[in-house]
Design a binder for this molecule. Sequence first.
Ligand code: TEU
Ligand code: CA
Length: 556
Amino acid sequence: MKKQWWHDKVAYQIYPKSFYDSNGDGIGDLPGIISKLDYLKDLGVDIVWLSPIYKSPLADEGYDIADYYSIDPRFGTMEDMERLIEEAKKRDMYILMDLVVNHCSDEHEWFQKACQDPDGEYGNFFYIEDRKDGGTPCNWRSYFGGPVWEPLPGHPDKQYLHVFHKKQPDLNWENPRVREEVYKNINWWLDKGLGGFRIDAIINIKKKLPFRDYPVDRADGLSGIDHMLAEAEGIGEFLGEMAEKTFRPHNAFTVGEVFNEKPEEIADFIGENGYFSSMFDFAETVYGKSDRGWYDSSAYLNPEEYKSCIFSTQKKIGDTGMISNIIENHDEPRGVSHYICPEDLCDASKKLLAGVYFMLKGLPFIYQGQEIGMENMKFNSIEDVDDVSTLDEYQVALNAGLGEEEAFRRVAAFSRDNARTPMQWTDGKNAGFTEGTPWLRVNPNCSRINVKDQEKNAGSVLSFYKKLTALRKSEEYKETVVYGEFVPYLEQEKNLIGYFREGEKKLLVLANFQKAPREVELPGIVKKVLLNNLEDLTLNDNRIHLDSWQFVTLEI
Ligand code: TEU
Ligand code: CA
């Protein structure tokens, strides 16, 4: 594999609104992020992805952009952004912005102009159709519920497409003018010194046209978008053009939020000449999800299910490119609450999960708070929830006949707000996130899960993440950790996650993903114990004793 500057890096996702509030208005901001750069550097972070901070009405928390060339005053100023890029550079760190170009905000001037003159230049920046006999051009369901068609403001005889929120009109990528505007903005940001982009919902930019209905899959008479996406072809023309005109000339790092990719497309997406540098592994994220909705999906994955997901991705990607590995992000429940059931949650199992995903082949992304083992929020009621997706899924559960209590309990486990509660810096007021009133309630478990306590505890989850990033950067082992081949070990053994990383060295990762201790046969003499999430380790020539939730990495 041709070496790239970002291959040996560690990435971190910041959800700015909840990271650190520097001016007491209850909303995280850019000066707050700048003040925490040394904390991130000490954690071993090299690349920082910021969820959107552009001007936005926050209908979808910033994923509805009203001006691609501005910073929303809630988060700070363009000078703050330029200072962040500069301060990061001083620390050999790189900043990624979130590229959200499947749609913009209905408050963007392009959409405003389209409403003034649907038949003018900007009308064709969107998908605007005439309303024929009151019907809609197709029966697709928005990701946030309801039809994807909305009357065009001021034109009851016309309607526009939004596959997400109705305040997120889809941009018409078939129009070269749209693509030209998008590429201009990408280059403008890269010329400002960005390291690259995380690329939002990018599979959605190619629609199967002309619009047509797909099989109805719920009582609402609509059809999930995935049916259409499975038939859409030709996205490569857009993505290849974008990479050629923007990312490649800047040698930018790009990571795609790619769901629904076709297996034969992997090399096109992240291969040597791929559209993107990398894309996220979502196999375990989507596992157990029901087409009927969150209420009908599995709230937890058991260790065997988790293992099958991560192993299938490792086998699928192989040496084609570098996948980006996560256990959570701003759209998902907290990883430790989704891959470990409540009664098994403890520092040892949290560190085990950290080690298992971190030592996989690929670029590890840490989501804010994951490094201290932040858990799902215990919401009191649906009134506690801000997330539009959760509110929709709650309605879906009610429509499916669930009572309010059961509907709320089930969707709360998946709520995107689980990952959006304020970062827990201390056990003090508002977890040290803000001096003001936080925009979203702080998880009260900050009394026992916070940075301040864990920074001074060598056995903490935070300290273990620092050991993981240090091993990835160590002169002696980095070549193997970054480029070593992934080879399963004892894959059939239940609740054991074992795999080699074979390169200059031969490393064996073993995780006893259960409470019961076990003996495991070793494939050779252990030269060195590189990682151990527990104090002790019982080794003899060809067997190892693994205690409850014990994780080790051994040089063989
Ligand atoms: O998410 C794209 C997306 O389709 C999935 O994450 C999921 O369908 C969505 O989160 C609803 O549960 C990206 C962003 O990560 C997400 O935060 C935005 O809401 C969405 O695009 C629209 O920009
Ligand atoms: Ca603030």
